[in-house]
Ligand binder design. Structure first.
Ligand code: GAP
Length: 446
């Protein structure tokens, strides 16, 4: 069976043209693998983050939210193992200056010292370990004692706050802490648009459990997180689990599965989320490095222990890219010569829910359309557009995934009805203006 098509180049162009995603500092030639979200992109990503927050925090009473700082005490990163171990083996070609991760190279080429880029022999340097954490200085003096790191994962902000959250919220194990926030990695080989970047957002949850119950919880979270991706609208046949074997496991992990998504083309199946059993690695390390006890006291059973942690960690940018790739389609419309590009986004995450068009710029139609916009704005993100033919306006909205287009025509001003066109079925309903908000609200659920 042929794989999914490569739509990345088309998406990069659509995202720029339609205000989803721009290269960071573009007028200066861009910052390496850093991206800015434009007006529609910020709405899309926010909707995805809200979808996660609702599923993980709002709809449960055993998970609390947190927003920890990016800059943490530098000892955090010694305790977590990142100072010593968060490294990639870097290889340079002295001839063409290309840079590679030795662990991602063809072992035969590495062994024979052949550059995968220019093909020269004997021009590769020995692999050397490169730490992926960005360093900066806190305070006025740039000396080694003032070094701080931009966090490479949000998780550590959760571990160091384990007891603060447990005690202030009177939570009992098992319970979780969730947060959404920026993380930074000085990746050697970033790329594929927002797939691997140097500044990105993570949505992470650490679930604290009694040792011995960890694998049971691990299995539960694995299933729940896969279901979340289905619910987000990602096509089930593009999603898979990938189990890490012993050689692949991160330094903190006892067991790990990735959720992978098939991005199509040569990128293919790639990790979008990691689900890890971190055991008591992090809490024990922080106990040791801080000298502060991070134990849980199980009062009814009169026992103390350091909980084990099941972690679910999904990249907000990576899942946004998966959502865009999944939603992108090109199709022909019966009776029309021009094809259309559609982002078939799930309604609840579409950046604009309804677009309102007056058919003409006269006869009171723009005024009526603006009254409708004002009314709907309190409930949904809406857009007003009066330029170009109706066909062109539909195409513009299809391309950004707007589920409904509302048209005000000659009949509307006399009988107070409008047409509502469905992005996917193209069916047009005539709806009374007084019913419009309720009509859209009912259709936009899900
Ligand atoms: N706390 C565990 C952790 O950080 P990870 O597998 O390194 O685990 C989790 O990262 C998720 O974060 C990945 O599945 C991916 O979605 C996202 N992610 C990691 N590095 C990224 C990068 N350079 N650019 C974009 N997203 C990234």
């Amino acid at each position: 069976m042929a794989g999914y098509p490569d739509v990345m180049d088309k998406l990069v162009s659509l995202c720029k043209r339609r205000g989803f995603i721009f290269q960071s500092s573009e007028i200066y030639g861009g910052t390496g693998s850093v991206w800015d979200y434009g007006p529609l992109g910020v709405e899309l990503k926010k909707n995805i983050k809200d979808f996660w927050w609702n599923a993980m925090v709002r709809s449960r009473d055993d998970i609390e939210g947190l927003d920890a700082a990016i800059l943490m005490h530098p000892r955090t990163w010694e305790a977590s193992g990142h100072v010593a171990g968060f490294t990639d083996p870097l290889v340079d070609c002295k001839q063409c200056k290309a840079r590679f991760r030795a662990d991602k190279m063809d072992p035969k080429k590495l062994e024979a010292n052949v550059c995968p880029n220019c093909g020269n022999k004997g021009t590769l340097t020995e692999p050397r370990l490169f730490n992926l954490m960005f360093k900066t200085h806190m305070g006025a003096l740039e000396e080694s004692s003032s070094i701080v790191y931009l966090r490479p994962e949000t998780a550590q902000g959760i571990f160091v706050n384990f007891l603060n959250v447990q005690q202030s919220m009177r939570q009992k194990v098992p319970f979780g802490i969730a947060q959404i926030g920026k993380a930074f990695r000085n990746e050697i080989t970033p790329g594929n648009f927002i797939f691997r970047t140097r500044e990105f957002e993570q949505m992470e949850m650490q679930f604290f459990v009694e040792p011995g119950t960890d694998m049971e919880w691990f299995d539960q979270w694995k299933a729940k997180r896969m279901q979340w991706h289905f619910d987000l609208g990602l096509s089930p046949d593009r999603l898979k689990f990938h189990q890490h074997d012993a050689g692949e496991l991160a330094h903190y992990a006892r067991a790990a599965f990735d959720v992978t998504f098939d991005f199509g083309g040569t990128l293919g199946d790639q990790e979008i989320e990691g689900i890890h059993n971190r055991g008591d690695f992090d809490l024990s390390q922080h106990q040791q490095y801080s000298g502060k006890k991070l134990e849980y006291f199980d009062q009814p059973n009169n026992k103390r222990y350091v909980p084990y942690v099941i972690e679910t960690s999904v990249g907000a940018d990576r899942v946004t890219l998966a959502t865009l790739v999944n939603a992108y389609r090109e199709e022909t419309v019966e009776g029309e010569s021009e094809g259309r590009v559609v982002l078939g986004l799930k309604h609840s995450i579409a950046p604009i829910k309804a677009a309102i068009f007056p058919l003409t710029k006269k006869d009171g139609q723009p005024e009526m359309a603006n009254r409708i916009v004002d009314d709907l704005r309190s409930a949904f993100a809406v857009d007003y557009d009066e330029t170009g033919s109706i066909g062109k306006r539909y195409r513009r909205q299809d391309e950004v995934g707007t589920p409904f287009c509302v048209t005000i025509d000659g009949q509307s001003t006399s009988d107070q009805t409008v047409t509502v066109r469905d992005r996917d079925t193209l069916v047009q309903d005539r709806v009374d203006v007084s019913q419009l908000k309720g009509y859209l609200a009912a259709k936009l659920v899900g």
